[in-house]
Design a protein around this ligand. Structure first.
Ligand code: SAH
Ligand code: SF4
Length: 394
């Protein structure tokens, strides 16, 4: 790899010659993989076949060394080993909850850490993955939002989380065997609900999801991938067009006054602006309905009036409302609503014609529940001034 001109695909630009030696193949979309292999000297007339072969080794069989890629000639394998690596983030620790939830602490380049959570259920297994280290947004009920350090994860680090979980679940088909996509899977669903705001790492998330959705590899259907956003309005239509996965929105309040406090990005794009954008999403993305996430905070957003306002606001949008009992973390400024309150709230929504599942808190004993994720090494709290400066919201 000697050329220095960049490879461009859509909006992603990666340098042909990466500063730190060999290029990591994990995280390159098909067009980028093609470019990388061509640059390394693969003849044009072989390129299609080589991309397909490598793709299958990497993402279908989960193989991590070039030596095992037995349908490639030895000299070609040597060429690959000279120019490329197959590198995943490193699992530093794994905790298993009493309810079977698994939490992985994963170290990425630079020594930062992110958390990944696997939630087994009767009919599915959901992996909750992270898109950033920390989060620049500062939702007042969210533990991740208090983390000081923030950086975007690369596509390889995002799809790498899925691959690591599949390693742990021992879910790669044996090399040479078929897809197995029809049978039940341990890891059947992905939610981008770990650390970070996925729409503030748009290209990274998009490319990683393209790889995860590719039918000749990990092959997760776009219907089984849900991206959760706090409401980054300008990127929502783009997500519909360029990713096409299911969308969840962290709604959490029914007036701008309360939402401004809970989800400060509301000061930039308020409830009305957000809802107008959401009306278009299902049509643009071909998705069925939008999930409205609503965290139940005692005496803050949990009245009957809130429930009624919520159904009025979302009228006309194909929707499901996911009620999340607040997951407390040390020093959290809120409490979870009483169970009877949550049930009453759910009942009002249900009677208005919407599915209103109450999300069972999972993995609480290992701090793996929604909004509790924050890497152990970076527990420092941001100052108010720093938060205001970073978000431009004061
Ligand atoms: N940044 C994205 C995705 C990550 S958060 C977003 O905000 O949507 C995933 C979900 O967990 C969001 O709905 C978020 O609001 C919610 N959440 C955050 N902290 C929580 C907590 N302590 N208890 C319950 N839900 C929480
Ligand atoms: Fe960031 Fe989402 Fe937490 Fe808000 S709820 S601080 S957007 S991770």
């Amino acid at each position: 790899m000697t050329a220095t001109t960049p490879i461009t695909q859509d909006l992603v630009t990666i340098p042909r010659k990466l500063p730190e030696g060999p290029v990591n193949l994990i995280g390159l979309t098909r067009p980028l993989l093609r470019e990388a292999l061509l640059t390394a000297g693969t003849p044009e007339k072989q390129i299609k076949m080589r991309v397909n072969q490598l793709w299958q080794w990497l993402y279908h069989w989960g193989v991590r060394d070039f030596e095992s890629m037995t349908n490639l000639a030895k000299p070609y394998r040597a060429m690959l080993a000279e120019n490329f690596v197959i590198a995943l983030p490193e699992v530093v620790s794994k905790q298993v909850s009493a309810d079977g939830t698994r939490k992985y602490l994963v170290r990425i380049a630079g020594g930062h850490e992110v958390e990944v959570v696997y939630i087994p259920e009767a009919d599915r297994g959901t992996l909750c993955i992270s898109s950033q280290v920390g989060c620049t947004l500062t939702c007042s009920f969210c533990h991740t939002g208090t983390q000081k350090l923030v950086r975007n994860l690369t596509p390889g680090e995002i799809v790498g989380q899925i691959m690591l979980a599949r390693d742990d679940l021992d879910e790669w088909p044996a090399p040479g065997t078929g897809t197995g996509v029809d049978g039940p899977r341990f890891l059947s669903n992905i939610v981008l609900m770990g650390m970070g705001e996925p729409l503030y790492n748009f290209e990274g998330v998009r490319d990683a999801m393209k790889i995860a959705m590719d039918g000749e590899g990990i092959a997760l259907s776009r219907r089984r991938i849900t991206l959760s956003t706090s409401g980054v309005v300008p990127e929502i239509a783009r997500a519909a067009e360029e990713i096409g996965c299911q969308l969840a929105v962290s709604f959490h309040a029914t007036t701008d006054e309360v939402r401004d406090k809970l989800v400060p990005i509301n000061k930039r794009w308020n409830i009305e602006t957000l809802l107008n954008t959401l009306r278009e999403y299902p049509r643009l993305s071909n998705s069925e309905r939008i999930t409205f996430e609503y965290v139940m905070l005692k005496d803050v957003n949990d009245t009957d009036d809130d429930a009624r306002r919520l159904v009025t606001l979302i009228k006309g949008i194909p929707a499901k409302i996911n009620l999340i009992p607040f997951n407390e973390w040390p020093g959290a400024p809120y409490q979870r609503s009483d169970w009877s309150r949550i049930e009453k709230f759910a009942d009002i929504i249900y009677k208005a014609g919407y599915a209103s599942p109450i999300r069972t808190p999972r993995g609480e004993d290992i701090m793996a529940a929604c909004g509790q994720l924050k890497s152990a090494t970076e527990r420092a709290r941001k100052s108010r001034a720093q938060i205001a400066q970073e978000t431009g919201l004061s």
